[in-house]
Write a protein that binds this ligand. Structure first.
Ligand code: MN
Length: 255
């Protein structure tokens, strides 16, 4: 055992319905670094889409087994793709479902964990979609539809969002500085950890004169990696434990 308990944080694995290379990498991660962690947090978009706990997608089933046997507490937060992941699956996988903004106490102090899409407030279209699909009544209606229909709808939405993503200006797809400041301010925290934007980095900035930090997790579609955090602070790492390559050319500010 190492001295300081480490916490590991991942997001945006975007696992497909069927087992593929990313699932294999994550299973290795669970069997490797995750075993020595004090806790594992998964901040959403673990799956490319989720149409209900009854769907029985092979990748999800394999992962549930692996998570269930991991002797480490695992917490899952919904992303904008797997927002329908429910209590049944969570129970089978032995993971705790967390609210959209999760305050946690870490070795370096209090932090907020979020998926991150709710911070992209300039993306008006996404905010509208989000408000719809996070509505309990809409969710009940969707989950009551036949599985084949739900899958077809998820595929349709995925295609639209891919297309839209290519059209949108890059700053619209990022978190909004005001939304970041506001969530830190309202929770009285100075550390925010999130995924979603696929722009891995550790940013330092100020909110109301208070030094703050924002850690952005990598997407596993690009280069898989994770955030490791202990009393020495946060580190972005690749799966082989090297420093994650991040763009550090510009002064970050809130960017
Ligand atoms: Mn996302």
């Amino acid at each position: 055992m190492t001295a300081a308990p480490k916490v590991l944080i991942v997001s945006d694995l975007h696992l497909d319905r069927d087992p593929g290379p990313t699932l294999s990498k994550f299973l290795q991660f669970l069997d490797g670094p995750a075993r020595d962690a004090a806790a594992l947090y998964i901040l959403g978009d673990l799956f490319e889409y989720w149409v209900g706990d009854d769907a029985g997608f092979p990748a999800g089933e394999r992962l549930a087994d692996a998570l269930a046997e991991l002797p480490v507490p695992v917490t899952f937060q919904h992303g904008n793709r797997d927002f329908l992941l429910g209590a049944d699956y969570a129970e089978r996988a032995g993971v705790k479902l967390a609210p959209e903004v999760l305050p946690v106490e870490l070795a370096i102090g209090g932090a907020l964990l979020m998926h991150g899409d709710s911070l992209c407030t300039a993306d008006v279209e996404h905010m509208r979609f989000r408000a719809l699909v996070r509505d309990a009544e809409w969710q009940r209606g969707f989950l009551a539809r036949p599985l084949a229909e739900r899958i077809a709808e998820a595929e349709r939405v995925r295609a639209i969002s891919r297309e839209a993503g290519q059209m949108k200006a890059s700053d619209i797809m990022d978190v909004h500085p005001e939304a970041v400041a506001e969530v830190l301010r309202s929770h009285g925290r100075s550390l925010l950890i999130h995924g979603h934007t696929h722009r891995p980095a550790i940013h330092h900035f100020q909110v109301d004169g208070r030094p703050c930090m924002r850690c952005v997790l990598p997407s596993w579609d690009e280069l898989p990696g994770y955030l490791e955090l202990d009393a020495d602070g946060p580190r972005l790492l690749t799966l082989d434990g090297r420093n994650y390559p991040v763009n550090s050319g510009l002064p970050a500010g809130l960017a």
